[in-house]
Design a protein around this ligand. Structure first.
Ligand code: F6P
Length: 343
């Protein structure tokens, strides 16, 4: 049995734990494991690397992906489907394990429909993939964002300032919500729940009246409805490989607006890719390892067209089709609990 493994889309901490687990479990089964470099692009380029016990030694705690990644869309290329089939046959892959987020799972599903034997492993720091309670990478991102809030607290308090922390989350505010709760944020702004700037200012003013001379706001970069209030006219932002606007930066405008409306000295911190880099938490290493071992078992059992998933404390598998199409947005009950502290 020859299995190709690839990582696709934005990287996240825990990817190497999955790659290691696939290789170790594959070795136990006597399978040949081959790394496909730089996501789906590696298949087109025929860039492969042998994965063995030596290659994956000492990587469980390493961030990023030793295989490299890209947002390459094979089906967006000319003769994409034919090329893909041809390359898979030429490499003699019996199966491919694709580790990726929603966009990558779409591609994996299309491969399945073409008759390629594929298994999906869900990853994204955004935690917005359906069918799995958590994706690995999310816990690490929350930890990093929480530490940032803790640090912002002390300087906010010293200077009597409003501090805005902008975190990732294109369509879902999971990172903002979890880190905001953990870090004791005074307002959390997420894409799923429209918040008016005046509502934010009201919280800041009422805190001031109570003698709280500083405040912490956590904003998800995808809370783009805020732009409407800034009279944002042109979308000059650069686009990513999928043609989506590169996010990040709306909290600079938000800070200006807050200063204008309240007179409070306000500063912005954009966490950016710091929250996607570095050492994974123990939770993400364990989840990645369990997913990796399970994915090889799925190949053995010919569970193709399916994605492994965490449900409760169990690892199980679901049709990839069920994981795509609609994103897993924030549980509004958790947001309701967080709102208790917006005062
Ligand atoms: O992987 C998803 C994500 O983390 C989004 O939250 C974010 O908008 C995007 O990646 C940014 O990624 P990049 O800068 O690599 O395109």
């Amino acid at each position: 049995m020859k299995i190709g493994v690839l990582t696709s889309g934005g990287d996240c901490p825990g990817l190497n734990a999955v790659i290691r687990a696939i290789t170790r479990k594959g070795d136990e089964e006597g399978y040949e494991i081959v790394g496909i470099l730089n996501g789906w692009k590696g298949l087109f380029d025929e860039s492969y690397v042998k994965l063995d016990l030596k290659t994956v030694a000492g990587i469980v705690n390493r961030g990023g992906t030793i295989l490299g990644t890209s947002r390459f869309g094979p089906f967006q290329q000319e003769n994409g489907a034919e090329t893909l089939q041809h390359k898979v046959a030429r490499a003699e892959f019996d199966a491919i394990i694709a580790i990726g987020g929603e966009g990558s799972m779409h591609i994996t599903q299309q491969c399945h429909e073409l008759g390629i034997n594929v298994v999906g492993v869900p990853k994204t720091i955004d935690n917005d993939l359906n069918g799995t309670d958590y994706t690995f990478g999310f816990d690490t991102a929350v930890q990093i964002a929480t530490e940032a809030i803790d640090r912002l607290h002390t300087t906010a308090e010293s200077h009597h300032r409003v501090m805005i922390l902008e975190v990732m989350g294109r369509h879902a505010g999971w990172i903002a919500l979890y880190s905001g709760i953990a870090g004791g944020a005074d307002v959390i702004v997420i894409p799923e729940k429209k918040t008016k700037i005046d509502e934010i200012c009201d919280v800041l003013k009422s805190r001031y009246k109570r003698g709280k001379l500083f405040s912490i706001i956590v904003v998800a970069e995808g809370a783009e409805y805020l732009l409407d209030e800034f009279n944002y006219k042109e979308d000059n932002r650069k686009k990513d490989e999928f043609g989506r606007a590169r996010l990040g930066g709306l909290s600079y405008e938000l800070a200006n607006e807050i200063e204008k409306r309240t007179g409070f000295d306000t500063r912005t911190t954009i966490l950016g890719h710091v929250q996607r880099g570095g050492v994974p938490t123990a939770f993400d290493r364990v989840l990645g390892t369990r997913f990796g071992v399970y994915a090889v078992e799925m190949v053995t059992d010919k569970k193709f067209g399916r994605m492994c998933a965490l449900q409760g404390s169990d690892i199980t598998d679901i049709p990839i089709k069920k994981a795509i199409g609609k994103l897993k947005t924030v549980d509004l009950d958790i947001y309701k609990a967080a709102k208790v502290f917006f005062k």
